[in-house]
Design a protein around this ligand. Sequence first.
Ligand SMILES: C[S@@+](CC[C@H](N)C(=O)[O-])C[C@H]1O[C@@H](n2cnc3c(N)ncnc32)[C@H](O)[C@@H]1O
Length: 280
Amino acid sequence: MLAYRHAFHAGNHADVLKHVVLTLVLRHMNIKPKPYRLIDTHAGAGGYSLEGVHAQKKGEYLNGVARLWDRDDLPPAVSDYLAQVRQFNPGKRLEQYPGSPAFAQMLLRPQDQLRLFELHPTDHRILDAYLGTSPSVQVKDTDGFDGLKGQVPPDSRRAVVLMDPSYEGTGDYGRVIASLRDAIDRFPLGVYLVWYPQVSKLEAAQLPRRLESLAPKGWLHARLTVQQPDAQGFGLAGSGVFVINPPHTLHAEMLTVLPYLTEVLAQYAGAAYLLDHKAV
Ligand SMILES: C[S@@+](CC[C@H](N)C(=O)[O-])C[C@H]1O[C@@H](n2cnc3c(N)ncnc32)[C@H](O)[C@@H]1O
């Protein structure tokens, strides 16, 4: 039984970090004309209304993408990300937020392939209605951890994997490692992007180290802390993105992105970022 619905969280600080990195990675992939496959193992609904009851319940986007909307001092990478969000909003107001499949739809070229996995029946139905008829897209209602192995390597030998689970139980942490180990064995050259929440759980704290051990050829770890956990230690303090085989330009780009996002998205004086990497 899946309880998580991304519609409650769309456009929050964690989405901003994840989608800025996704945009940077796809822009880099687009430099070469050779096609690639993007596999989004936990795709969500594809796009979200920010005026609907879900997003309005806690208004998380107000402390995320909405803080960037009217800024005139965006670093280039954040500006490029926000240009995609604007493209998804035909009017001048921020009314909708693109999920990772929508970013992919806007950034992939006609020669590229998109593979989307989404288990929640409602979100799968919305996603399928949105992208299911596009010739280069496949929308699957099966398990993304299990489905990844059938997707790598693609014929073109170029692929990006976005793994963005809901971490509803503790089981997802172990499944991230197991499915990535298997995929990297099959396709060591892929670019693997994993999002994780900064919460008070041992599994979450240990995940980056476990991911490092899967990535002997190079990795990048970016974490953005914006909020103080509550007195019991609960709440999403921030989030991290771990990239295995990152583009060589990503570290320099994140050096401009992270201080800016820390300043603009901070919800308390202890807001901070971490940027660490091992070059190939
Ligand atoms: C954090 S959300 C995804 C957000 C999306 N990647 C984005 O950036 O817009 C995680 C999604 O994974 C789905 N999900 C949970 N477990 C899954 C699994 N094992 N396989 C595929 N989808 C799953 C949930 O229903 C939820 O929609």
